[in-house]
Structures are given as C-alpha cells and as structure tokens.
Design a protein around this ligand. Structure first.
Ligand code: AMP
Length: 400
C-alpha cells in the first residue's frame, strides 16, 4: 500500500509518497513559491534528484505537477496513480470540531468551513490542497485530513480554559488548542515503545523544539496539557514568536507605540522571540555562535528559552504526578546538545540525569537514550516523523 502525504502551506506544497509495507519514502519534494513564480524540488528514495523553476500559479497546477512527476519521466517512482491507495493531508487547525483524523467527504469539508478561520494562513491552503487532489485524482482515491490540533483534544477543561470571561469561549471558542500534535503523538508513541511499555502505562513530557516550539504532557498516551495556546504564538520563546507574556505587555506596547492589533500580531509572531531579544537571528545555530563569542543578548535569548523549557518539564511532572521519560525532538531538540544539557541540569530530583557523552554524540536523524543507565527517568532524542504518522492514520482510516 502506498500513501501520498500532502502538506500544503500558503505558497508551498510538500509531499511524500510512502510505501507502508517497507515504511520507505519512495519520493518526496516541495513545490515552492506557488502564486509567485514557482520552484519545484523532487527527490526519489533511490537517490535521483532535481530542482526546477517553473510557473506554479496555484495549488492545483502544483499538485498536477507532483502527480505527473511521480508517474512519468526522470523522477517517476510508480507507473500509474492507481498505485496511490490514499492521500493524507496535514491540516493545522481543526478547532474543537475535529478530535481525530477523518475521511474527507463533502459533509466534512462543509464542517471544516466552520473552523477554517482558526488558522487563516494555514487552513485555506490545506483546503486548496485537498480540492486539487480530488480534482486530479478523482473521488475514488480517498483523502484523509490529519489535524495538528487533534492530539491535544483530550486536554481537560482546566488545562484548556483561559482566565477570560467564559462568554468568549462560548461565543468564539477561545481556548487552548495547541499545535504540533502529530509530532507529539508520534514521539510519545515511539517513546513508549522504547520504554517497553504500553502508552497507557507511561507519563511522558515531549519537547518539540524547532523554529516553532511546543511542549506537551502525555499521560497514559493522551495529551493532558500543552504549551501552545489559542494559536501557535503561545508557550515558550521561539525563533520569531514571543510565547506567553503578561497580557498587559501587549496593550501597554500598543498604546505607547500606537500599534494596531494587526501590526501587533505581526510583531509578536515575526519580530519577537530569538530575533526580537537578540537582534541577531531567529536561528538557534546563529545564536549558538553569537553566544560563544560573548554577545550578551544572544545568551539572554537562549537562556530564557532553556529556562522556560525547564519550568514546563517541572510543571508537567507536577501535573501528571511524575514522569517516566523526557523526549527532545524538532530541529533544536534533535541537534542542540547544549540546550539539552541546560534543560536537564539539576533535574536529579525528578530522576533526570543526562549522560554527557551520549548527549554530545546524539544528533539529527539519530534516535538515542541520553540518560545515565539505571536512573529513574529516561531522556530520549527521537527524530520526529509527522509524515509517517499522517500516513499511518490515513491507512488506518481507509482500511476502516
Ligand atoms: P525546525 O523548525 O524543526 O526545522 O528547526 C529549526 C531550528 O533548528 C533552527 O533554529 C535551527 O537553528 C535549529 N538547528 C538545526 N540544526 C541545529 C544544530 N546543529 N544545533 C543547534 N540548532 C540547530
């Protein structure tokens, strides 16, 4: 069985064709700059690779190109579209309507319209991707929607309710939704496997740390809390996003600087976090270099992020009444041994003791237990694989 996984952004369409028997990625690529000028990158599992510039006016044209490339010419990996059993689509926000992945039907798409505005930049392109797919492949190849928010829908009301008048939850569904759910689900399931336990018997804190970052408390296989909030702006300091603030900071700056709500949203999403504090870069590698050179604001940005992660680990251990494992994933989590060491420092009280040598050698693409053997709490680096998780859900749903 082969599943095509689609991740459509506002000007991009990423794809992977996965063989569910061998678990191999047969081909992957990205249509970039859709609606601008158009760039296309394609790579096959057996090492063929090319990149082209070509007009990509919309997602439909991009999707057609993907299908043509997969089935013919130098990048082909299948003979016909009939070999694609189903298509799984990454969808950023399902509100509280979608608590798990669903088979796409006309009715589901109508329901999706009710939550589309929860992620105005991301949900409409996902819909364009699904429509392009249905047009090109026909309705007989099933489509499945896999929501980034779905894994967090098991949070209890005391974890998702904000301290604002309840009418805003009732009127506008203002609450914590979280994000990166597919990643948190994948690494927590993998972590349970590594622990040799059923997910039901585990308490895990998962840290997805990349350009966007979030932390989740996963108790008995279910998310009970997560750091991102109503949107992916909440939680810890990120590359360009502020993370949580005293809300009056927002109104104070708006008033002082005469900033509109839209511009303030831009400031908090694009000009804050690492870039805002350091004034140097949103990229952790750049800050690592700058901090090593003694640049103070770079060090403050990194220390602040690491300190916040540490606080979440403690808070979530308290929320779950213990912790069996701590997981690091995402670009920073998988690669930055300095961050992992800083977060795990002085955590012996939680049974966390990091093995410095293992920590130093475990980097991207490599899974590893980086804790001292015999200590109570395991610390793992687990490279995330959201595409594979989407493919697994898609397979499960189409097989009924
Ligand atoms: P992602 O959004 O998951 O692709 O992660 C991007 C982030 O990972 C950026 O901040 C990168 O600087 C960071 N990253 C990637 N490689 C490394 C590395 N070797 N050391 C530290 N951070 C890294």
């Amino acid at each position: 069985m082969k599943i095509l996984v689609i991740n459509a952004g506002s000007s991009s369409l990423k794809y992977q064709l996965i063989d569910m028997v061998s678990k191999n990625v047969l081909a992957k690529g990205n249509c970039e700059r859709i609606g601008i000028d158009g760039r296309f990158k394609h790579q096959t599992g057996d090492g063929r690779k090319f990149e082209r510039e070509m007009p990509l006016p919309d997602h439909r044209v991009a999707f057609k190109l993907v299908i043509e490339t997969l089935t013919s010419g130098e990048g082909a990996v299948i003979e016909s579209i009939k070999e694609i059993s189903a298509v799984g689509h990454r969808v950023v926000h399902g509100g509280d309507k979608f608590t798990q992945s669903v088979l796409v039907t006309d009715e589901v798409l109508r329901e999706f319209q009710g939550v589309i505005n929860f992620a105005p930049l991301h949900n409409p392109p996902a819909l364009s991707g699904i429509e392009a797919c249905r047009d090109t492949l026909g309705k007989e190849i099933p489509n499945v929607m896999v929501f980034d928010t779905a894994f967090h829908q098991t949070m209890p009301p005391h974890a998702y309710t904000f301290g604002v008048p309840y009418k805003y939850y009732e009127k506008y569904r203002v609450r914590r939704y979280g994000a990166h759910g597919t990643s948190h689900r994948y690494v927590s399931l993998r972590c349970a496997e590594l622990l040799g336990k059923k997910p039901e018997d585990t308490k895990i804190v998962t840290c997805h740390l990349g350009n966007g970052s979030s932390i989740s408390a996963v108790d008995a296989g279910k998310c009970v809390d997560t750091s991102m909030g109503f949107t992916p702006l909440g939680g810890i300091i990120m590359g360009t996003r502020s993370g949580d603030l005293d809300p009056s900071v927002v109104t104070f700056i708006m008033e002082k600087e005469g900033i509109s709500p839209r511009d303030m949203e831009q400031l908090l999403n694009k000009e804050s976090g690492f870039i805002g504090i350091s004034g140097i870069s949103s990229d952790d590698r750049d800050l690592e270099e700058a901090t090593a050179k003694g640049i103070e604001r770079s060090k403050i940005a990194q220390d602040a992020q690491r300190y916040q992660i540490k606080k979440y680990v403690g808070a979530y251990a308290a929320a779950m009444g213990g912790i069996d494992a701590l997981v690091f994933t995402g670009g920073i989590g998988e690669n930055s041994c300095l961050l992992r060491a800083a977060v795990c420092e002085n955590m012996e009280y939680l049974g966390i003791e990091m093995d410095a040598a293992k920590n130093d050698t475990t980097i991207r693409g490599k899974e590893g237990d980086i804790s001292v053997p015999g200590t109570k709490t395991r610390v793992y680096v687990i490279p995330t694989n959201e595409e594979y998780m989407i493919a697994v859900d898609t397979k499960t749903i189409v097989e009924g």
